[in-house]
Design a protein around this ligand. Structure first.
Ligand SMILES: Nc1ccn([C@@H]2O[C@H](COP(=O)(O)OP(=O)(O)OC[C@H](O)CO)[C@@H](O)[C@H]2O)c(=O)n1
Length: 367
């Protein structure tokens, strides 16, 4: 107590500031108590927020294509606000937020409201003053061209100022894939992948990657409407226009990057709009060449987790290599009384996901 009083006097903080400090310290204790309930006694190395498929549009509620799930287009902004307010109020401030793609809905294009909707969600996210890493999904491409996205607030490649080494390799240059990596803390690296690098919506005709995508689709899907899956069940369903894949250039870049992370004994978290493990999602949401990505992930010791969105029902699977595949529940199909976001607490030996609403709590030990 004496020590406390002495340091209190020496620091010359005012009474108001003292009670501010006391309240913050009490909140920290309470937060650590909450963390303790999940078996975590020590403070994390850092934390980050995750949210997927906000799909905001200023339109009445609707349904998904099959009419099996309700979509709450306006309410999704409220849920984004709630997530952001929670992150902002955390005693341990998240170092960054990962937005897993489809932040605004394709319907905005129809109503000529793409820019307005984007400004609305970006302003909302800006309120927390926590940096956001944006992943691009199919709905980004319904609203904007790749060139527009590169110039937009959704290009978060420049957010990273922590990569001081290998600066030239911090992003993928070839044919402007939107893939990059960053290291928020020593021995941890995040890789943002571009799942529409090969696609009919993320590439313009004429371009090499557009024609490569067309060839893939023609080989698997004979429907007139290529959004219609070629089969009613099984993995082949993934060959639809609203999905896409990773170019060979991007896969080679990923492989090289993970080799360096292995050498540096880093833990790597890879994020993409499309999931890559068949057991972590409805197969209709899988990346076309999910198997190509999986074999690269499995050939590197550093990979601990793969996070994705797109399948609004969410999913989770720990594969035979110990890699955690987390597919986050989509905000757009989350009823107003619930939530869909998470905060991840990163430790030396594990990550702890504290879910909200439809997102479950999980303890993710590293392989
Ligand atoms: N069988 C289908 C499914 C969809 N479409 C059209 O494709 C576009 C994208 O569909 P949408 O459901 O909006 O895509 P999401 O990314 O929101 O969701 C992906 C998964 O379904 C979630 O579980 C849209 O224009 C649909 O109308 C289609 O024609 N045929």
């Amino acid at each position: 107590m004496l020590k406390f009083k002495s340091s209190f006097r020496n620091s010359c903080i005012s009474e108001g500031k003292f009670f501010g400090w006391w309240a913050k310290s009490a909140r920290l204790t309470s937060r650590l108590t909450q963390i303790n309930k999940m078996g975590d006694s020590e403070p994390p190395l850092f934390t980050f927020g995750v949210i997927a498929d906000v799909q905001y549009a200023d339109i009445e509620d609707g349904f998904n294509f099959k009419h099996t799930r309700k979509r709450y287009y306006r309410n999704s902004l409220r849920l984004l606000r709630r997530a952001n307010e929670k992150w902002k109020s955390e005693v341990i401030q998240p170092s960054f937020i990962i937005q897993l793609g489809d932040v605004i809905d394709g319907f905005n294009k129809k109503y000529n409201a793409s820019e307005r909707a984007l400004e609305t969600v970006v302003n909302e996210l800006d309120r927390s003053e926590i940096g956001v890493h944006h992943v691009w999904g199919n709905h980004e491409f319904y609203n904007f061209s790749r060139d527009d996205l590169m110039m937009s607030a959704l290009n978060s490649r420049t957010v990273d100022d922590t990569v001081t080494e290998d600066a030239d390799e911090s992003r993928l240059h070839t044919e402007e894939s939107y893939a990059y990596h960053f290291s928020p803390a020593p021995h941890f690296r995040f890789v943002v992948l571009d799942a529409y690098d090969l696609s009919l919506i993320g590439r313009k005709e004429p371009s090499v990657r557009y024609y490569q995508a067309l060839e893939i689709m023609k080989a698997h899907n004979n429907n007139d409407d290529l959004n219609n899956p070629p089969v009613p069940k099984g993995l082949e369903q993934r060959f639809v226009k609203f999905n896409g894949g990773f170019s060979q250039g991007q896969l080679d870049w990923l492989d090289r990057l993970l080799t360096r992370s292995d050498e540096k004994l880093e833990k790597v978290i890879v994020v993409s709009h499309l999931p890559v493990h068949p057991y972590s999602t409805d197969p209709i949401c899988l990346a076309w060449n999910y198997d190509g990505v999986l074999s690269i992930l499995h050939s590197h010791k550093c990979v601990v987790c793969f996070m994705a969105g797109h399948d609004h029902d969410g999913g989770y699977y720990r594969d035979s290599f110990g890699v955690h595949h987390l597919t986050f529940e989509g905000v757009i199909e989350t009823p107003p009384e619930s939530d869909a976001f998470g905060t991840v607490y990163v430790y030396e030996d594990r990550m702890t996901l504290k879910g909200n609403g439809r997102v479950s709590d999980r303890v993710l030990f590293y392989p």
